[in-house]
Write a protein that binds this ligand. Structure first.
Ligand SMILES: Cc1cc2nc3c(=O)[nH]c(=O)nc-3n(C[C@H](O)[C@H](O)[C@H](O)COP(=O)(O)OP(=O)(O)OC[C@H]3O[C@@H](n4cnc5c(N)ncnc54)[C@H](O)[C@@H]3O)c2cc1C
Length: 217
């Protein structure tokens, strides 16, 4: 997986402060921002926008990601590109099981052979792709504002989220914290704010900085 910040609104923390300060005619924008956020006045975050280039995530994770509607997406087309040239994610649980790992590799080989044969025989890529597995990787460009990003992190950095989208969200959060430390200081799952909303809490509070290894696909 690789996650790269393409663009971010410059000085996002300051801009959120300006937005908050205009509401109350405050001459202390930082204070106004912090008070606004504590009071749930989150529209000040909508002026700050981040655009990411994301690669090496599975189509499983793409489906979960695009459930977040307050965002813009452009995704590599499987109609116009050769899906067989994409890597395939092997979930750690399968990778650790010798028997299932071998079977999974066989399935990948079979579907890839089918895809190539079908395209060779004149089947359009848009139809051949039906044989591809959900672990097939994709790449996309994603734009979200800071309010939606905080919401996204609250759901997807949570231990209850699946490991792959959690890794994606953790990497994005690490970038956002670098760009706008004030806005994203307490972003992440509820437990970061000692306020877990889960019906069945996992019992393991998360530290919210991503510290995984880079695995650029
Ligand atoms: C751990 C986990 C498990 C999940 N399991 C499933 C599952 O089994 N099946 C499944 O289908 N989905 C599942 N989801 C997806 C989930 O139901 C949401 O679709 C997804 O998380 C997007 O979140 P959202 O709707 O809050 O936010 P976004 O689309 O990111 O929207 C942000 C916020 O805007 C507001 N909003 C956006 N659109 C509307 C609207 N049309 N009307 C009113 N308010 C709106 C809401 O307040 C919303 O919270 C799961 C999500 C998680 C995190």
């Amino acid at each position: 997986m690789n996650v790269q910040l393409l663009r971010a609104t410059p000085s996002g923390d300051d801009l959120a402060g300006e937005a908050a300060a205009i509401c109350t005619r405050s001459d202390k924008p930082d204070k106004a921002r912090d008070h606004a956020l504590m009071s749930g006045h989150q529209s000040i975050l909508e002026h700050i926008v981040f655009t990411f280039r994301i690669g090496g995530i599975s189509r499983v994770t793409l489906a979960q990601l695009t459930r977040h509607r307050l965002a813009s997406y452009d995704v590599e087309s499987q109609r116009y590109t050769n899906t067989n040239q994409q890597s395939i994610i092997i979930p750690p649980s399968i990778a650790q099981n010798d028997i299932l790992h071998d079977e999974y590799i066989q399935i990948i080989k079979q579907t890839q052979a089918f895809y190539e044969k079908a395209v060779f025989m004149g089947i359009p890529k848009e139809d051949a792709r039906y044989a591809c597995i959900e672990g097939t990787c994709t790449r996309l460009i994603l734009t979200m504002n800071a309010r939606e990003l905080r919401h996204f992190f609250s759901l997807r950095c949570c231990n209850r989220a699946q490991w792959e989208i959690r890794e994606l969200a953790d990497r994005m959060l690490a970038i956002c914290k670098q760009e706008c430390p004030a806005i994203f200081e307490d972003a992440g799952p509820g437990c970061v704010r000692h306020n877990c909303p889960e019906f069945r809490p996992c019992g393991h509070e998360r530290t919210h900085d991503w510290d995984g290894e880079s695995n650029d696909n």
